[in-house]
Design a protein around this ligand. Structure first.
Ligand SMILES: [Ca+2]
Ligand SMILES: [Ca+2]
Length: 359
């Protein structure tokens, strides 16, 4: 008898209560006198925007996976659950940021280009292009006794750097890029209902994504070393005690170099450090929830920066190391990437295919 019961349990296990979808009430005929939901609802599909990947939701240990060498006591371990979301494969490039500036600078070319698109619920944003240009002078100003002139002159404007990450943009500017990308997409999408906003990833989403599905990964490739088995460095940073070019690049590198992590994300560690949505508070983990946590504080001007950069030693490349910068201050080593919530979430959803997985 126990064997029979065991067999029944095994047979039931794969379904985990996820029975075959029987159809929504609204798909049934609207029988008089019955409540079946409103009829004639149009289907809606969340498209995967270009150069983004769908990050499967899950649970992970957020926080340091090695020694807290700076004794910041700011990233204690905590088990966190993250829902599915979309994230840019790459840091935002100079040329993508240029498209943003051109769209708002060129008054004859409205942001909305698809006149057949249904009215978006979003008001057309009002940007001032003069406040949005990357600050190229930072290449020279940020570092004492450093010859940054060639980068100051060429980095943002020259086609040679089109596929390099945009830098010298503040948190505030990155937020406006997200707002523009949201509007630009909605104004060109012919579905009746809007897609969710593009936004910066939350700090927890960023760390979960950086680990690439490897529990307590010190780096996006796992770790504990910065070199792979062939002896190659796996990110762009400052190896050794100042051997900047040991990884192939003295300053930043194109956004698509080095191997992507398990989620298909490039340069989560190194190249340029990245703004995330959260305000910085050293003790944030003690107060935020363990399900999709976020710490927002309008009065806190310090915003979290993650992943380390071309100018940092490997400690800052660790997936759990937290740093910050003031929200109105760009740096020549800080860029960003965007994210988007995935609607219709559940741990059993395949975000890429936008359908349930039977387990
Ligand atoms: Ca380097
Ligand atoms: Ca990066």
């Amino acid at each position: 008898m126990p064997i029979v019961l065991g067999l029944v349990a095994i047979l039931l296990l794969p379904s985990c209560g996820l029975f075959k979808k029987k159809g929504m009430a609204s798909e049934k005929s609207n029988r008089k006198g019955e409540v079946t939901g409103a009829i004639d609802r149009k289907p809606w599909v969340q498209k995967l925007p270009i150069d983004m990947v769908a990050i499967q939701g899950g649970t992970f240990w957020m926080g340091q996976s090695d020694e807290d060498i700076a004794f910041t006591n700011s990233s204690d371990n905590k088990q966190i659950t993250i829902s599915e979301f979309y994230m840019d494969k790459y840091e935002v490039s100079n040329n993508k940021y240029r498209q943003f500036l051109q769209a708002i600078e060129d008054k004859t070319s409205p942001l909305k280009t698809n006149t057949n698109a249904p009215e978006t619920a979003m008001k057309e944003p009002d940007f001032d292009v003069n406040t949005l240009k990357p600050d190229s002078t930072l290449w020279k100003k940020s570092y004492a006794y450093h010859y940054g002139d060639p980068l100051m002159d060429f980095y943002f404007d020259h086609p040679a750097f089109d596929n390099y990450p945009v830098v010298g943009v503040s948190y505030d500017q990155a937020m406006q890029y997200c707002e523009w990308r949201t509007y630009h997409m909605r104004a060109n999408d012919d579905q009746e209902f809007d897609m969710p906003d593009f936004r910066l990833p939350t700090e927890a989403e960023w760390e979960y994504a950086a680990k690439g599905g490897i529990q307590q990964a010190k780096y996006p490739w796992g770790g504990p070393y910065v070199k792979n088995s062939r002896g190659c460095l796996q990110a762009n940073f400052k190896p050794g005690r100042g051997n900047y070019t040991d990884d192939g690049f003295a300053y930043s590198a194109p956004v698509d170099v080095f191997e992507p992590n398990g989620f298909g994300l490039y340069n989560m560690s190194g190249n340029v450090a990245e703004w995330v949505l959260d305000a910085y508070k050293s003790s944030a983990y003690a107060s935020t929830w363990d399900l999709n946590p976020i710490y927002l504080d309008k009065n806190e001007k310090r915003k979290v920066v993650r992943g380390g950069s071309w100018k940092d030693i490997s400690h800052y490349l660790e997936t759990s190391t937290r740093t910050y910068e003031y929200q109105n201050q760009g740096q020549s080593h800080i860029g960003f990437r965007t994210a988007m919530a995935f609607i219709g979430r559940s741990a059993s959803m395949d975000a890429k295919l936008n359908k349930r997985i039977r387990r």
